[in-house]
Design a protein around this ligand. Structure first.
Ligand code: 4AD
Length: 463
């Protein structure tokens, strides 16, 4: 029949016109002979009034027994409400003429979308009139993710995530990068270490790629010059933390270096302010939806990205009375603390730390030419948490093999990678970013599971 109008498009300007809309029964309330149905579509809600005098007693009976979350279509007239509406996103109401049910929901919901959409302050306020609304626990949300992602905040989070990817891609394409896809089934672990999923590849031992590291470098050896990839990354993390997943989306870059490895940091310094600005421009409604449930302040960042050396960072922490190992790695707590100190001193929540100690970086990282205790490497932080690591890579096959052995890697499993450098390789480097982390920190969310559609962690493989 008639073309469907999106609920988000039901506004003042079209009062008086007849529309067809589709959505879910968010909730239902009977007042006298009138039935008020809140219809929800992708996080937008509108009040629909079903009156017995207009539709007859049978229709009222039919609508009354529709369970929450059932998918319905209706035809009605866009109207001014008698009183201003507070419980819906749309400020007009629909006077219903006809209503059909396309798909019924089971009546007993394991998670009520209205409850899942409550903010902490809504829950507190609810306590004031005697009855405290229950908090929906994270496991309940994740076990029933299909219901959970129907909330306005979740709808918005995944729109923002999509735009981060688009902006990342847009920026790199404009700088002459080529988008590639590397294999996820590989013969040896790509980052070293134990956090790797091992599997049987038709009788041969294999791994799920912990990053596109080896193959993006091999693409550079294949003269592709500047490449990037957006794809899944697998880590067999044992720890159950707020920021580790066993599968996440990696945004990876690899490029030739012309003069100095700082060219990579220059690119990062431009890329992220570009992404942040695009999100502010393209997602104002989405940011507002997230804020309604999870209030947060916009990220503070400088147009010229701040760059500190690891040694400077250590110095700042020492001056603030923190005990830190100058040749070790920063733990989560020290990273947070340094984030605070940087914010106070430089007024930014986005910055880079470079020239890390060699001992805490992967085998393929280029040592610093003036002091091999350090390396040409960097990490990038948002609100005191790591979102990226990057570096110049070793392009000399002998040194690469030596470093791999020193790091306890079975070089047989990565021999084709090392061999790729034996036919000549230009100086190069790159970085890897975790998409879920970026979105989590951009919106100051407290858990990475909120920004993964169907999260995989050390305890979860379903839904
Ligand atoms: O620091 P990582 O392990 O670096 C690499 O994978 C390198 N190959 C990158 C490079 O090009 N040199 O991972 C890169 C980023 C981290 O900064 C973090 O944002 C994210 O990936 N990440 C994770 N995100 C979610 N869950 C996990 N378990 C993650 N591990 C890393």
């Amino acid at each position: 029949g008639k073309e469907l109008t999106d609920v988000s498009n039901l506004v003042e300007e079209i009062v008086g016109s007849e529309v067809s809309i589709r959505g879910r029964v968010h909730k239902n309330r009977l007042v006298g002979t009138k039935l008020f149905v809140i219809l929800r579509e992708s996080g937008f809600t509108v009040q629909c009034v079903v009156e017995e005098t207009r539709v007859g007693a049978n229709m009222i009976k039919f609508v009354k027994q529709l369970s929450r979350e059932s998918v319905v279509e209706l035809i009605g007239v866009v109207s001014h409400p008698k009183k201003p509406l507070t419980g819906t996103t749309q400020q007009v109401e629909i006077h219903v003429r006809k209503m059909y049910c396309l798909s019924r929901s089971l009546p007993n919901l394991p998670l009520v979308v209205e409850d899942a959409a409550r903010s902490e302050s809504d829950i507190e306020k609810s306590g004031k009139d005697g009855k405290q609304a229950a908090r929906v626990l994270q496991d309940t949300r994740l076990n029933n993710r299909v219901l959970d992602i129907r909330t306005p905040a979740n709808q918005a989070i995944f729109r923002i995530q999509c735009q981060v990817q688009i902006a990342f891609r847009e920026f790199l394409l404009s700088k002459g990068f080529l988008e590639i896809h590397t294999p996820k089934l590989i013969a040896g672990s790509s980052e070293g270490g134990s956090a790797v999923f091992r599997l049987d590849y038709k009788g041969q031992p294999a791994c799920l790629a912990q990053s596109p590291q080896l193959h993006k470098q091999m693409a550079i050896c294949g003269d592709m010059r500047r490449v990037f990839e957006v794809g899944p990354v697998f880590r067999a993390e044992d720890s159950f933390t707020h920021r580790h997943l066993c599968e996440f989306v990696g945004l990876d870059v690899e490029m030739e270096i012309r003069m100095h490895y700082s060219e990579i940091m220059d690119l990062v310094g431009e890329l992220f302010p570009f992404i942040f600005t695009k999100i502010e421009e393209r997602c104002p409604k989405e940011l507002e939806s997230v804020r309604k449930q999870y209030p947060f302040q916009s990220l503070k960042f400088l147009p010229q990205t701040l760059r500190l050396t690891f040694a400077e960072g250590i110095q700042m922490l020492k001056e603030a009375g923190e005990e830190v190992d100058p040749l070790g790695d920063l733990n989560t707590e020290s990273e947070r603390k340094l984030g605070q100190l940087v914010l106070e001193k430089y007024k930014t929540e986005f910055y880079m730390l470079h020239r890390y100690p060699s001992a805490v970086r992967p085998f393929y990282t280029m040592p610093y030419e003036n002091d091999s205790n350090y390396s040409n490497s960097f990490d990038v932080f948002i609100r005191g948490e790591e979102i990226m690591s990057g570096a110049q890579r070793i392009h000399d096959p002998e040194l690469l093999e030596k470093r791999a052995r020193e790091c306890g890697i079975d070089v047989k499993t990565i021999s084709t990678y090392i061999d790729a450098f034996r036919y000549g390789a230009p100086p190069h480097g790159g970085f890897g970013v975790g998409l879920e982390r970026v979105v989590m920190l951009l919106c100051a969310l407290n858990n990475i599971r909120k920004t993964s559609l169907f999260p995989r962690d050390s305890q979860r493989l379903t839904p």
